[in-house]
Design a protein around this ligand. Structure first.
Ligand code: PMP
Ligand code: GLU
Length: 393
């Protein structure tokens, strides 16, 4: 007899970004020549001084359980980072360190959402947000944006979407999968709407903060709208900026009572994040930031090459972003000329005929598109685009 599994889990999909990356890896292992532009993780190695901090931590015996919410040393490095980069002031009881920003977000949903609560998620969104909301029993509510609107929500759109049930709004800037970011005045305008709804909490997912090349500096909602800071939870981590995806360190900062509830969820599930990774993350955040600048320069160069190259492809349209390492391209013309049903069929077609793995736009709530990750060398990108061009012609 089949084992019955929970309804809660049955309604959740596996992460499409991870599924596509695994599929590309399996095909490669089976001998196929595959270029994967599917995974959102830097292709660089973790910088040497951060590696060394982890080796030192092992030698110094930092191999035991730590406080559930992170070591005092790492928390202080995070507090300093917020002061230095975002002009935000936090105390230790306002910080929760988790096994990746993903876990911080998961803890938050578990701590805040009751059945029937609505969470506003601008689309295209990172694949995991809606499913985290569903796992907490809540209802994800999508705010659809378009390429013409630079994939950003307007204040009017936000105002219309808020109901009696709205508990949370998720902002992710620069965003996965679009690379688009909210300017200061755009955040201020959204803040004016939020001022009218004191019960709505905002998650600001700033994980791509340092992969940034816009003319103006990066801004985050809590900094632009100090009046809202008490109900903004800032989520960030070391995965993307320091090429530390496998180390699994992310963090959340916000209202101490909410952080306490999130800590309880973590304390009853995974406890502290890896002690060795915490020691390495402390050095990553507090030592020289030169490595971040260097990696960002490389991402910027690839972005500037990729945008015009994709726009040359028949039936593909995209526009420049401000950061992150993704392009979210409208492929509806190409899908139609190939006589395919949708973006899933399009990505399958490119995997089969070009040997290039992309993630279909539907996974991010926006069909007719595909996400290209440029977290790979420029030569690889050139080869991938050439192969796609051949497959489209
Ligand atoms: N937020 C966004 C928008 C992401 O793309 C990712 C990437 N996985 C995360 C959060 C989580 O990152 P991590 O768990 O590796 O810190
Ligand atoms: N955030 C990355 C991506 O979108 C890593 C995979 C994941 O956790 O979704 O590809």
């Amino acid at each position: 007899m089949p084992i019955r599994t929970a309804q809660r889990v049955a309604q959740v999909k596996p992460s499409a970004t991870i599924a596509m990356s695994m599929k590309a890896a399996e095909l490669k292992a089976a001998g196929r020549d595959i270029i994967s532009l599917s995974m959102g993780e830097p292709d660089f190695n973790t910088p040497d001084h951060i590696q060394q901090a982890a080796i030192d931590a092992i030698r110094e015996g930092k191999t035991r359980y730590t406080a559930v919410d992170g070591t005092p040393g790492l928390k202080d490095a995070i507090i300093e980072k917020f002061k230095r980069d975002n002009k935000l002031e936090y105390r230790r009881d306002q910080i929760l360190v988790s096994s990746g920003a993903k876990q911080s977000l998961y803890n938050l949903m578990q701590a805040m959402i009751d059945p029937g609560d609505e969470v506003l998620i601008p689309a295209p969104y990172w694949v995991s947000y809606p499913d985290m909301v569903r796992l907490a029993g809540g209802a994800p509510v999508t705010l659809q944006t378009t390429l013409d609107a630079s994939f950003k929500i307007s204040p009017a759109q936000l105002r219309t979407a808020i109901t009696e049930q709205t508990r949370l709004l998720i902002l992710n800037s620069p965003g996965n999968p679009t690379g688009r970011a909210y300017h200061r005045e755009e955040l201020a305008a959204l803040g004016e709407v939020l001022d009218q709804f004191p019960r709505v909490v905002v998650v600001s997912d700033d994980i791509y903060e340092h992969i940034w090349w816009a003319d103006e500096p990066f801004s985050t909602l809590a900094e632009v709208c100090p009046g809202l800071a008490d109900r903004v939870v800032v989520v960030n981590g070391v995965s993307k900026a320091y090429a530390m995806t496998g180390w699994r360190i992310g963090y959340a900062a916000g209202d101490p009572e909410l952080i306490k509830q999130m800590r309880k969820v973590q304390g009853q599930s995974t406890s502290n994040p890896c002690s060795i990774s915490q020691a390495a993350a402390e050095i990553a955040l507090s030592d020289s930031q030169f490595c971040v600048t260097e990696m960002c320069k490389a991402f910027h160069k690839r972005h500037d090459w990729l945008i015009p190259a994709l726009n040359e492809l028949p039936g593909v349209k995209c526009s420049p972003g401000e950061g992150a390492f993704y392009v979210f391209a409208d492929c509806s013309g190409a899908i139609e000329s190939l006589g395919l049903d949708d973006d899933h069929a399009f990505c399958e077609h490119l995997l089969e005929h070009a040997g290039v793995a992309l993630v279909p736009g539907s996974a991010f709530g926006t069909p007719g598109h595909a996400r290209f990750s440029f977290a790979c060398g420029i030569e690889t990108l050139k080869q991938a685009v050439q192969r796609i061009d051949d497959a489209l012609k």
